[in-house]
Design a protein around this ligand. Structure first.
Ligand code: PLP
Length: 401
């Protein structure tokens, strides 16, 4: 018998950024300085982040989307090329493929909602140039298999690590140059997101990390109008007015204001990740005894970044659907979300790619059942217990078995 929970006095959002006086002071210092945009703070943030993930190069950019776009552009992927993308992701992962004029080829996912590596290999054609590997919810996808497939078919691997800052695969951080040590032939680029809802934030922002120095120079050049860095160095003595444009680049640089916040967030990241795992462990324990809800499967050998806490509702044993579950949570003043509406169900991809229901049976089936419950590092234990009580009560009220 579940104790009846009363509606919360305040709304608990499914996510909230966790910032403190450190971030505020760092931002104010930049505002009081003469240098607001890309400068010493960006350089320091890049150095700290490269060290954190163990990568030779880190390039701070305006968003993860920008980073993914730059990766494809720097890899010279364009018209006539195909890029494999899992269907269970945010639209940014596939939109960037259109931005460079290439074609995304969607693939289905497995039970953990990460891309299904068997289907991934079946999707490879002679036109395939790259794989966009998403680490869904912060759980690394099957990287050994992804790298092997990339190696066998001479493909680049672009990792969408928007959810995966802090995640590890076999003891190495996502983004580490050493992850693909067994496949020195493949080119890898990883993009992180510092959007307001992600595990660490700069309001908007992203970081591109990669081992290859020449490709990193190209990413840097393309991120700032296609200005040649060499030109800056070569003509430094002749004055800062001199530059050379070597490509039609983009305006994807990060500002010092954002980077200062990022440095403060990175210092707190390990602690914030620990808070996330504590909440997740408590959710897992509480939900283990509820037959009508289950967390997504977790792999061994990985450290989950716990970006999202996604549960599956056993709809066959409930008299309500997911939409009604979300409504009921809302009546307790608790927010939730759904990650994601599979790409193949959106009009644009249906129209452009001729995709539809039925071609991605796992994504179609799992999509109906998933809900992301509130999870953020500064969530209180009381907040978490409210989510548990409300969830238990709703499921008890509507269980048919
Ligand atoms: C948030 C997100 C992005 C985009 O990140 P931005 O920094 O907002 O551009 C890309 N991919 C996935 C899976 C995301 O969740």
């Amino acid at each position: 018998m579940v104790r009846k929970m009363r509606k919360r006095a305040d709304f608990l959002p499914f996510c909230r950024p966790c910032l403190g006086s450190e971030e505020r002071e760092a931002a104010l210092e930049v505002l009081a300085s003469d240098w607001l945009t890309t400068g010493p703070q960006v350089e320091a943030f890049e150095r700290a982040f490269a060290g954190y993930v163990s990568s030779a190069n880190a390039i701070a950019v305006s968003s993860c989307t920008a980073g993914l776009h730059l990766a494809l552009a720097a890899l010279d992927i364009g018209p006539g090329d195909e890029v494999v993308v899992p269907t269970m992701t945010f639209c940014a992962s596939a939109n960037v493929v259109f931005h460079v004029g290439a074609t995304p080829v969607l693939v289905d996912v497995g039970e953990d909602l990460n891309l299904d590596v068997d289907r991934l290999e079946q999707a490879v054609t002679p036109r395939t140039k790259a794989i966009i590997a998403v680490h869904y919810a912060g759980q690394p996808c099957d990287l050994d298999a992804v790298y092997s497939i990339a190696s066998r078919h001479a493909l680049a691997v672009v990792e969408d690590a928007a959810h995966a800052v802090g995640a590890e695969y076999k003891g190495k951080k996502i983004g580490s140059d050493k992850l693909s040590a067994a496949h020195p032939d493949i080119t890898r680029v990883t993009a992180f997101s510092f959007y307001a809802t992600k595990n660490m934030t700069t309001a908007e922002g992203g970081m591109v990390v990669l081992a290859n120095d020449a490709l990193a120079d190209r990413v840097r050049m393309l991120a700032l109008h296609g200005l040649s860095r060499d030109a800056w160095k070569r003509y430094a003595e002749s004055g800062s007015w001199n530059y050379d444009v070597v490509a039609a680049g983009f305006k994807y640089n990060m500002t010092d204001l954002q980077a200062a916040v990022g440095i403060a967030q990175l210092k707190k990241l390990d602690g914030m990740q620990r808070a996330r795992s504590t909440h997740v462990a408590a959710y897992d324990t509480a939900f283990a005894s509820l037959p009508v809800i289950k967390p997504l499967p977790r792999k061994s050998g990985v450290t989950h970044a716990n970006h999202l806490y996604v549960v599956r509702l056993s709809l066959a044993d409930l008299s309500i659907d997911r939409a009604e579950f979300v409504n009921r949570l809302r009546q307790f003043n608790i927010g939730s979300s759904v990650h994601f509406i599979p790409l193949h169900l959106h009009s644009f991809y249906k129209d452009k790619l001729g995709e539809d229901l039925g071609r991605f049976p796992e994504a179609d089936r799992l999509f109906e059942e998933i809900v992301s419950l509130p999870l953020f590092s500064c969530m209180s234990d009381a907040d978490r217990e409210d989510v548990i009580s409300a969830t238990a009560e709703i499921l008890e009220d509507f269980a048919t078995t």
